[in-house]
Design a protein around this ligand. Sequence first.
Ligand code: IPM
Ligand code: MG
Length: 358
Amino acid sequence: MTARIVVLPGDGIGPEIAEQAMRVLGALGLDLDLQQAPVGGAAYEISGHPLPDSTLELARSADAILFGAVGDWKYDQLDRALRPEQAVLGLRKALGLFANLRPAILYEELANASSLKPDVVSGLDILIVRELTGDIYFGQPRGVRILEHGPYAGQKQGYDTMHYAQGEIRRIAHVAFQAAARRQGRLCSVDKSNVLETSQLWRSTVIDVAREYPQVELSHMYVDNAAMQLVRAPKAFDVIVTGNLFGDILSDEAAMLTGSIGMLPSASLNASRQGLYEPCHGSAPDIAGKNQANPLAMILSVAMMLQYSLDQPASALRIEQAVRHVLAQGLRTPDLYEPGTTRVSTTEMGDAVLKALK
Ligand code: IPM
Ligand code: MG
């Protein structure tokens, strides 16, 4: 059966890294129907909206979406609804991509790239499962209002609403427990239940779901402590499950443990295993068009796509092995360069991965 894949390259370095990912995908000998569409600032330039209907419809019809990156400083002045980031949020919501998987793996060759001591991070392999379609990101009401009473009367007040329904917590908890069961069997649920009502419900619901997974050891941590433990003893974690906002923050922190956010892929899945796959890093407008970006996170996102949405674990493994191989060869894009290694461009890195695949 032909797998339908929609590629949304986006802005900044997005198109450059998406190109390398497509080359890799094309070299696997799979039966694929690849289509491309504009998203983010690139789409805004063409059609006046960061997520045009035509792009959304194409994405809906796909088995999987490969997403580059969106955003540029030049759109900072636009209304929030027209900013490139809205394309990401719109796709997540429209496709129901509630489960965001962000692995943070330290490749042995890159142990020196981490800002932490090598012995703290060497062998690191954690997975953050972040809820992606709820929480304060999407909660209503939200807005800016004029206060009528109190010491700030007459002033504007910004407000957002944090909420989670039990069903939303349960479904992300199931994803996390299942992931933990396939790994080391340890799940840490992160919340702020000492302060927030939403978090209290989160915690009790996760405890409920845990009864179905006796093989998984569940622990709980407040988010401030989790942020601290992630830099103190990150290897103590196996799988972390948390809400949208906390997950946004902790996943960037976890990414940096590995030294380069340029290495980390992510998957965002819905209930029917349709998925959006994207690197954890952003559009890096400062190096866009310079053939300097690290394409490996995007290429590893292809591997995640093959594993989670296309049921091609063997091809996923081939890509992962090829990436390990080019690292072992000492090839590094500028983000990872250190003396004694070989500095390569985006396209040269793509070439090397293709060669390693063969
Ligand atoms: C991420 C990003 C997005 C988020 C932005 C671009 C809306 O930071 O995927 O982590 O906050 O979820
Ligand atoms: Mg983020």
